[in-house]
Design a protein around this ligand. Structure first.
Ligand code: UTP
Length: 319
């Protein structure tokens, strides 16, 4: 393995452009979080005092992406309002001289240009991404799933964008799971990549992917994380992809089609912290971790949490 990839000149060296747009598919039905998500999109569930989706757009903005396409669906348009200005609210906060809240209210509208399109029927992640074609064209682009984000102090996306500019192929991210849990995730088979290393994790070459294998059938314990950087030709592959697992048009199947036709597929094995807010347990873990890290309320929250965990009420050690 040679030099690492977080090298801004990498794209220039290959002559390929780095992706500058992100797509956030957020049209799914969120059945794992019902009934909370019957009327409220899971992307708008709060993590402390901002919605999950804001953390995701922050992640894109931190990677230098300022053009974000949200794929929405029925009952989900309120997501877009969060990134709009609120002049009435801002005027009131200005009157009160509440600069801190004012900055927090303005922040989402300053992160990126937000565009939207609708997926009329929820026919799968691949199907949803297909709707981005007229916005993205034939350029590479990032896909960030709307219920997952990473710790911003351990950024993943910049390294993925650089790697994609160098390979021109598909770039994924993996995280390691307990081998007993492979049936909950898309799992990859991999081989070492030549001369690739990033700041944030090892780079591997992907030789195949299986959806939710039993532990005994799993080719590894590397699970697919909700970040992808894709070449524009994925749209043609999506069109050629038949419904797969669950009767849905799967992004995994479209990527597999490209791979078998010769497109290189690489992945970064991410060693940082990943937050999964797509179901109640992961969501609760996320809220607790982020709250505990917050400068403004972390110290008080951690103190309370330690007392709670040791108390009778929690069923903790004193019971
Ligand atoms: P999930 O597998 O998490 O599906 O989709 P879901 O519907 O959101 O949630 P569950 O599994 O029923 O609880 C992964 C991502 O793809 C989007 C989702 O919004 C989520 O961000 N998606 C999925 C779409 O945009 N459209 C679809 O048809 C399916």
């Amino acid at each position: 393995m040679s030099e690492h990839s977080a090298n801004p000149s990498a794209a220039a060296a290959t002559g390929r452009p780095r992706a500058v747009k992100a797509v956030i598919p957020a049209a799914g039905l969120a059945t794992r979080f019902l009934p909370a998500t019957k009327a409220v999109p899971k992307e708008l569930l709060p993590v402390v005092d901002r919605p999950v989706l804001q953390y995701i757009v922050e992640e894109a903005a931190q990677a230098g992406i300022s053009d974000v396409l949200l794929i929405t669906g029925r009952g989900k348009t309120s997501m877009v309002d969060h990134f709009d200005r609120r002049p009435d609210l801002e005027a009131r906060l200005e009157e009160k001289g509440d600069e801190k809240t004012l900055a927090a209210v303005r922040r989402p509208s300053e992160l990126a240009e937000i565009y939207t399109c609708r997926q009329p029927e929820q026919l799968g992640l691949g199907h949803a991404v297909g709707y981005a074609e007229s916005h993205v064209g034939d350029q590479p682009f990032a896909v960030l799933l709307g219920d997952e984000f990473v710790n911003l102090s351990e950024p993943l996306l910049p390294a993925m964008l650089e790697l994609q500019a160098r390979t021109g192929g598909v770039v994924l991210a993996f995280f390691e799971v307990d081998p007993a849990d492979t049936k909950r995730y898309g799992i990859a088979s991999v081989e070492p990549a030549e001369s690739e290393l990033t700041d944030i994790g090892e780079v591997v070459k992907v030789t195949g992917m299986v959806e939710k294998p039993k532990p005994e059938d799993a080719p590894s314990n590397l699970a697919v994380l909700g970040r992808y950087v894709l070449p524009g030709k994925i749209f043609d592959a999506i069109r050629r992809t038949q419904p797969g697992s669950g009767g849905e048009i799967q992004l995994t199947d479209a990527m597999e089609l490209l791979r078998t036709e010769g497109t290189p597929v690489h992945a970064i094995v991410y060693r940082g912290t990943r937050y999964d807010t797509g179901m109640p347990l992961g969501y609760l873990q996320t809220v607790v971790q982020i709250a505990a890290e917050r400068e403004d309320l972390g110290a008080e929250f951690r103190k309370w949490l330690a007392e709670f965990v040791n108390s009778d009420a929690s069923g903790g050690p004193n019971t």
